[in-house]
Design a protein around this ligand. Structure first.
Ligand code: ATP
Ligand code: MG
Length: 585
């Protein structure tokens, strides 16, 4: 898969925001309304308190004082309710937008080719799809509520202070500006540390996921202590990165406390001085103090959100990077493949997963309806040939052709719809046998499944399962043998009704009953279809019309099975004589 250098300008921020916020315009407007009203009410509270204090000192009627107190309560409660409503609408907005992003990203990643997925552990992708985007959810919901709301409140407070006394207004505006700048400057200290903390956390989860998935093999090979050691190393890295990020965040925290102490000092000193001068009432002195108190929260919110913006920015860059990763498999020209069994051809195919070539100039042709038996030593490239036929990869040079048409010109989805593949290691899910057969496609009813299964000769096998179609499989399909898992995969292929069938036989031995069911199923599977079978057993290879022996990615022998079997000089005949398809020489 091609990766573009991750870069994201301010334009793409706005683009991303707009693209996902536009469908939610109504909610955005509602949120803005809530924020405006809440801010206005918040600014009103200290004014009421001042009127109350000054009124009480002037000996106003109790009835008026009580009504002011009631107004204070009403406005305070209303502010809280509005703030709660704004948070609700904001969070709802955040989740709606990011659920869409999650879905878009998951869709995009699933459509990427295998070389992309081979390069990444599932844990890493989970962290990208879920972790990063949850970070963005906070950004979408909080940023608007907090930054917009806080900015509005800051401006409102400073305007109110200016109205009272220009000197106090100027002093506290200066304080606000200084604090914002100081906090903005220091925040980059924490951002980089937080980013590398997130990176190492993704690595740690990737590591754990992969090792837990390979538990059997790790135990069997006694690699436990090695894995634990690696785990300790990765976790240690995470700890140090986390600690450094935490310490940097703490520095900023201490700075905030120091700055705000200074702010309170300004407000108190100004209040006391002006009051002693007789320039203001006691209520106004208290008003200064209260407004100063109210500055604290929005300043913190704005700087916190600027940090969040950075974090969300990093997440958004990774999101854009992944969304910009394109598949190495070019799109086709849109012409569909025919439904009839095609003539299948490899023309001078060379292929490498990484640097090391796996296939060298492989050429062969198979007439419609014929079956090719693929033989050869382990690691020779047999499964690789099946992956090229399924367009999991495209050849580096040469071409794979159906009825003479290069598969590169056919849409990937179309190739995969026309080609049925049973892989060497069948992947099953913790679900019922029915769901494993239909891949959770609820539109396929039981009648269709049973028709297909009886056609495939698999019905009696299915009846032997304890609960038939409703038999629940364990995680990873545990509860079925390797052979039975292949039978399920056969049934999947029958349901799909493809015109080309690829069967990568499991190299493990099967029990005789499963083997018999499988032999029948294979016969029916290949009827009327062009077939490629990677054979590890003599019985299976008897079905093949043509034989291809691969040796280290090169065609060592190619011909009609009967002719090769009759030729005592051929490799195939030697294999038959040895009674095993595993070449020993
Ligand atoms: P077997 O009989 O054991 O199934 P095979 O003939 O099917 O073997 P392939 O799976 O095609 O062999 O592998 C051919 C070569 O390609 C091997 O050397 C293998 O290590 C390499 N290979 C296979 N899959 C990958 C992959 N995803 N990434 C990198 N190299 C791979
Ligand atoms: Mg293989």
């Amino acid at each position: 898969a091609r990766r573009f250098p991750p870069s994201l300008s301010m334009v793409s921020y706005t683009q991303a925001l707009l693209r996902y916020l536009r469908p939610q315009a109504g909610r955005v407007a509602g949120l803005a309304g809530l924020l405006f009203t809440a801010t206005g009410l918040q600014l009103l509270v200290p004014q009421i308190v001042r009127a109350f204090i000054d009124g009480a000192l002037a000996g106003e009627a109790t009835r008026r004082l009580v009504s002011m107190a009631v107004w204070f309560l009403v406005v305070s409660v209303a502010t809280q309710l509005l703030a709660a409503a704004a948070t609700y609408v904001g969070t709802d907005l955040g989740w709606r937008t990011t659920n869409q992003m999650r879905a878009d990203l998951a869709d995009h990643l699933l459509a990427l080719d295998m070389s992309f997925h081979n390069d990444r552990t599932p844990g890493e992708l989970i962290e990208r799809i879920d972790g990063d985007i949850t970070g963005l959810a906070n950004f979408f919901s909080q940023f608007v509520v907090r930054v917009l709301g806080s900015g509005l409140l800051l401006v409102g407070i400073l305007a109110a202070l200016f109205r009272e006394d220009v000197r106090v207004g100027t002093a506290l505006a200066g304080f606000t500006a200084l604090t914002l700048v100081a906090m903005y400057r220091t925040r980059s200290l924490a951002i980089n540390a937080s980013n590398s903390e997130r990176e190492t956390s993704a690595q740690l989860f990737g590591f754990i996921e992969e090792r837990v998935a390979g538990l059997d093999d790790i135990r069997a090979n006694g690699a436990g202590s090695h894995v634990m050691r690696r785990y300790a190393e990765v976790a240690r890295e995470y700890f140090f990165k986390g600690r450094s990020a935490w310490m940097r965040r703490s520095i900023i925290w201490v700075l905030i406390i120091g700055l705000f102490s200074a702010g309170f000092l300004i407000a108190l000193a100004a209040g006391i001085w002006l009051y002693l001068e007789g320039a203001i009432t006691l209520g106004t002195a208290f008003l200064f103090y209260q407004y100063m108190n109210m500055l604290q929260d929005p300043i913190e919110q704005v700087t916190n959100q600027l940090q969040e913006l950075q974090k969300a920015g990093a997440g958004l860059i990774r999101f854009a990077g992944l969304m910009n990763t394109t598949t190495d498999l070019p799109a086709g020209d849109g012409r569909p493949l025919g439904a009839a069994a095609p003539r299948v051809e490899f023309r001078d195919v060379t292929f490498a997963y990484d640097e090391q070539p796996v296939l060298h100039d492989v050429s062969w042709t198979l007439e419609p309806g014929q079956v090719l038996g693929l033989l050869g030593r382990t690691g020779g490239g047999k499964s690789t040939i099946t992956r090229l036929l399924f367009r999991l990869y495209d050849p580096a040079t040469g071409s794979v052709r159906f009825d003479g048409r290069d598969l590169r010109t056919v849409d990937v989805d179309d190739v995969r719809a026309r080609v049925g593949m049973v892989t060497q290691e069948v992947q099953l899910f913790a679900a019922t046998v029915r769901d494993n057969l239909t891949f959770f496609d609820g539109s396929i009813d039981d009648a269709e499944i049973s028709t297909v299964l009886s056609e495939a000769g698999l019905w009696s096998w299915l009846e032997s399962l304890p609960h038939g179609l409703d038999t629940e499989l364990g995680p990873g399909g545990s509860g079925l043998s390797a052979g039975e898992a292949q039978l399920v995969a056969f049934a999947r292929v029958f349901l799909k009704n493809p015109s080309v069938v690829i069967l990568d036989e499991p190299s493990s031995r099967l029990d005789p009953a499963t083997e018999a069911a499988m032999a029948d199923a294979i016969d029916r599977l290949f009827a009327g279809r062009t077939g490629i079978i990677v054979a590890h057993r003599l019985e299976t290879v008897a079905r093949a019309d043509r034989i291809l022996v691969l040796d280290e990615g090169r065609v060592a022998e190619l011909g009609d099975r009967d002719r090769l079997a009759a030729d005592p000089e051929s490799r195939f005949a030697a294999l038959l004589r040895a009674g095993s398809l595993e070449e020993t020489a």
